[in-house]
Design a protein around this ligand. Structure first.
Ligand code: CO
Length: 134
C-alpha cells in the first residue's frame, strides 16, 4: 500500500527561527513561508534530495497543530506522510483491518492540492500518519 515518503512534518513554535536553523545551521535549501489559512498553518518546505521536511507554525485560532505545540512547546515531529496510489482503496483496506481514519473518512485536499487522509496515531505506534494520493 505505501509508496514513498512524501514529507515529514515538524511543528515549530517560531517558523522564522526554525527556517533559519535549517538554512544556516543545517545548510538546507528552504522555501519561502506560505500561509495556508484553510489548513491553519504557515509552512516552509525544506527541500532534500529524497524527500522534504515541512516546518509548520500555527496560523489562526483553530490551528490543528496548536494542541500539539501546547504539549510540545519546543516543537516536535508532528506527522509523516506516505504516498499511496489510490486513497479510497487504502482507506477501505485500513478500515477493514481496524485502523482508525480521522475525521469523516472522506479524503480532503491537502496542502499540495492532492487528496489526503490522516490515521490515528494510537494505531501506528504513536505516530500520526498522513496518506497522500499521488
Ligand atoms: Co503533511
Amino acid at each position: 500500500m505505501l509508496g514513498r515518503v512524501n514529507h515529514i512534518a515538524i511543528a515549530v513554535p517560531d517558523l522564522n527561527a526554525a527556517t533559519a536553523s535549517y538554512r544556516d545551521t543545517l545548510g538546507a535549501k528552504v522555501s519561502q513561508a506560505q500561509a495556508l489559512p484553510e489548513h491553519g498553518v504557515t509552512v516552509v518546505f525544506v527541500e532534500l534530495e529524497n524527500t522534504k521536511v515541512e516546518l509548520l507554525e500555527p496560523l489562526g485560532e483553530n490551528s490543528p497543530i496548536a494542541a500539539f505545540l501546547e504539549k510540545n512547546p519546543s516543537g516536535g515531529m508532528h506527522h509523516i506522510c506516505y504516498e499511496v496510489a489510490d486513497i479510497p482503496d487504502a482507506r477501505d483496506q485500513l478500515s477493514a483491518s481496524g485502523a482508525r481514519v480521522l475525521g469523516s473518512g472522506e479524503p480532503k485536499i491537502g496542502a499540495h492540492g492532492k487528496p489526503v487522509l490522516f490515521l490515528h496515531p494510537k494505531d501506528f505506534f504513536g505516530t500520526l500518519i498522513e496518506l497522500e494520493q499521488v
